[in-house]
Structures are given as C-alpha cells and as structure tokens.
Ligand binder design. Structure first.
Ligand SMILES: *[C@@H]1O[C@H](CO)[C@@H](O)[C@H](O)[C@H]1NC(C)=O
Ligand SMILES: *[C@@H]1O[C@H](CO)[C@@H](O)[C@H](O)[C@H]1NC(C)=O
Ligand SMILES: *[C@@H]1O[C@H](CO)[C@@H](O)[C@H](O)[C@H]1NC(C)=O
Ligand SMILES: *[C@@H]1O[C@H](CO)[C@@H](O)[C@H](O)[C@H]1NC(C)=O
Ligand SMILES: *[C@@H]1O[C@H](CO)[C@@H](O)[C@H](O)[C@H]1NC(C)=O
Length: 284
C-alpha cells in the first residue's frame, strides 16, 4: 500500500517537472546584453537566456581590422567583443548548476562570417549551454525595408554547427502608425524552401513579432507542421508599443502549445495574456 503510494507520488513529481520543462514560456530573457556592465548584471540575475547583438566593428579606442563586437546598429563600437562575451558566459556556466543560454543576433552576414572561429569552440558537443544563432534572413511584413541577412550564407554556415539552435526569421516593419499586418503564405513558403534547400537538420526556432503573428495563425501552424521533424518552435517577440490583439495572440499560443512557444515580450503584455496555470490540464 505504502509502496504504491510512493510510486504514485514519484510519478506525479516527474510528471510536473516535465510539464515545467516543456512550458517554454517560463524561459526568461535579458536583451541587448552588449556591454560588460550589463553582461555582469545579467549573469548575476535569474534570467535564463541572454540575447545580444553582433556587428562587425571595434573595441572602443582600438583600431585594426574590424572584429565581431557586441553592439546594435548603428553602433559599431563596444567595450565587449563576441569572444569575451562567450568566454564570460561559458565560465559562468562552468561553475553554476543553472546554466544560462545565449541568443546571438547577427546583424550582418559579415559579422556572422567573421564570428565562425569565435563561436565554434563553444559549439563542440562537450559544451552544453544553449546557443542560438539568430538572424532575419528573409523580407517580411509589413513591406519591411531593412535588408535581410544573406539567407544562403547564413544557413550554410549555421548548419555546420549542429549543436546550435538556428533562430531564423523575417525582417519586420511594425509599430508606430503601422498597426495591422500578417505573415503571408509566400513569406512562410520561402522559409520552408530555404530550410529544405540547405538540408537543415537541427533544432530550429522562428522568431515572429507578436502583433503580426497573432494575425497569421493558419500559416504559422503550417510552418510548424512542415518543420516538426526539426523540433521547431516559435519565439514570439514584441517591441514596446506594438499594437497587439491580446486575445488573438493568446489563441495562437494555446493552439501552437506552450511546449512549442518561447515568449519574449514586454512584461505588461505577458501579464495580459493570462496563460493557464500548470494544474489546469488542457485536453488533447
Ligand atoms: C549597457 O547595456 C544596457 C542594456 O542594453 C544599456 O541599458 C546600458 O545603457 C549600456 N551601458 C553602457 C555604458 O553602454
Ligand atoms: C506613418 O508615419 C510616418 C512618419 O512617422 C509618415 O511618414 C507616414 O506617412 C505615416 N503613414 C501613414 C499611413 O500614416
Ligand atoms: C539528421 O541528423 C541525424 C543525427 O543528428 C541523423 O541521424 C539523420 O540521418 C539526419 N538526417 C538527414 C536527412 O540528414
Ligand atoms: C528532436 O528531438 C529528439 C528528441 O529529443 C532528438 O532525438 C532529435 O535529434 C531532435 N532533432 C532535431 C532536428 O533537433
Ligand atoms: C507556463 O508558464 C507561464 C509563465 O511562467 C505561466 O504563467 C503559466 O501558468 C504556465 N502554464 C503552464 C500550463 O505550465
């Protein structure tokens, strides 16, 4: 009798831990971790993923050929190189049981090409902290004018790092007086074609902008179905001040499933989503 009870209790513990592991919306984010001070603060915090931007540039006050540094365009200087950023995170993870992951947002193909030798050592199989290689590789809504990062080069180089998660998305133009828009079937189709053409065979996540993604449920479901073999997910992000239909976004998240949705939106929006608590089992 007692034994059965213990086994049942154990089973329920394991079950609930799995549930938590699979609720990707519990993953928390620090943004623009592009300087030493903020990197130290982010490493000391409870945040689980550090998002940072990489451009080709210089350490302030130094010259020589351009190198990958942590900065967001139009800035091209920083007090932190990509190499130092990765060493610091890796050292932290070596001595802490709760590892922090990184999402490296490459702002140009040059920065990504020049970053290869710096990222490779941290993508060997014996290193385990999550590394996401992110870029906007295709033009997206609403008639976005930002030039995407070269998709062919990004995928050929990215696919050499099997341990990395490829985080590949579309440029966007949204916010301000642009309050409506959606991802088109063509834009989704181009992404699928790119992944196929480059024989991508590693975990993939698609960053999608909340206000646009909430209007695009059918095509996002198609995208995830077609890439299920890549354990694909979406990473829903939003800028401060974006117009977002909260009910529609909530419906998208719950339809896709919290086990396939990273949520990287301002706290105020996250709170308004009122995601269901773990104990209310959704029926399948
Ligand atoms: C460091 O980065 C943080 C986050 O991006 C930013 O708020 C802060 O102003 C930066 N500090 C310096 C000295 O650039
Ligand atoms: C949106 O705002 C920009 C300037 O902020 C302006 O140039 C543009 O004409 C506006 N577009 C519409 C559709 O109102
Ligand atoms: C994908 O990678 C796995 C190992 O990670 C391998 O077993 C499988 O054959 C690969 N599939 C293709 C289509 O390359
Ligand atoms: C998907 O996840 C399974 C189970 O964890 C793993 O064996 C497989 O290698 C993963 N495939 C990709 C492409 O990430
Ligand atoms: C998932 O995590 C979010 C964020 O911590 C939380 O609000 C929500 O209740 C959780 N839901 C489930 C089903 O685990």
């Amino acid at each position: 009798m007692l034994r059965i009870f213990v086994i049942l209790a154990l089973a329920s513990v394991i079950h609930s831990e799995e549930e938590i592991m699979k609720n990707l919306t519990t993953v928390t984010w620090a943004h623009a971790v592009n300087n030493k001070t903020y990197l130290e603060a982010a490493l000391a915090s409870e945040v689980s993923m550090l998002e940072a931007d990489i451009v080709l540039g210089h350490v302030k006050g130094k010259d020589g050929p351009p190198i990958p540094v942590m900065a967001h365009p139009p800035a091209t200087t920083s007090d932190l190189t990509l190499a130092d950023f990765l060493s610091a995170v890796s050292q932290f993870n070596n001595v802490n049981s709760k590892q922090k992951g990184v999402k490296l947002d490459f702002k140009s193909i040059d920065a990504f090409e020049k970053a290869q030798d710096h990222i490779a050592p941290f993508l060997k199989p014996d290193i385990t902290f999550p590394i996401w290689l992110n870029a906007d590789i295709l033009p997206g809504p609403v008639d976005a004018e930002t030039k995407p990062v070269d998709p062919e080069k990004f995928l050929s180089l990215g696919s050499k790092h099997k341990r990395a998660v490829l985080s590949v998305g579309w440029t966007t133009q949204y916010g301000g007086n642009i309050t409506e828009g959606e991802y088109s079937r063509d834009q989704i189709g181009s992404m699928l074609r790119m992944l196929n053409e480059h024989h991508i065979n590693q975990t993939v996540t698609f960053p999608v902008r909340a206000g646009l993604a909430s209007n695009s449920q059918p095509v996002i479901l198609d995208l995830l179905r077609e890439t299920g073999y890549l354990n694909s997910s979406i990473t829903v992000w939003s800028s401060e001040g974006d117009a977002v239909e909260v009910d529609r976004l909530r419906a998208l998240l719950l339809t896709v499933g919290l086990e396939r949705t990273y949520l990287d939106v301002p706290q105020e929006l996250a709170a308004r989503l009122r995601l269901p608590p773990p104990d209310t089992k959704t029926k399948h």
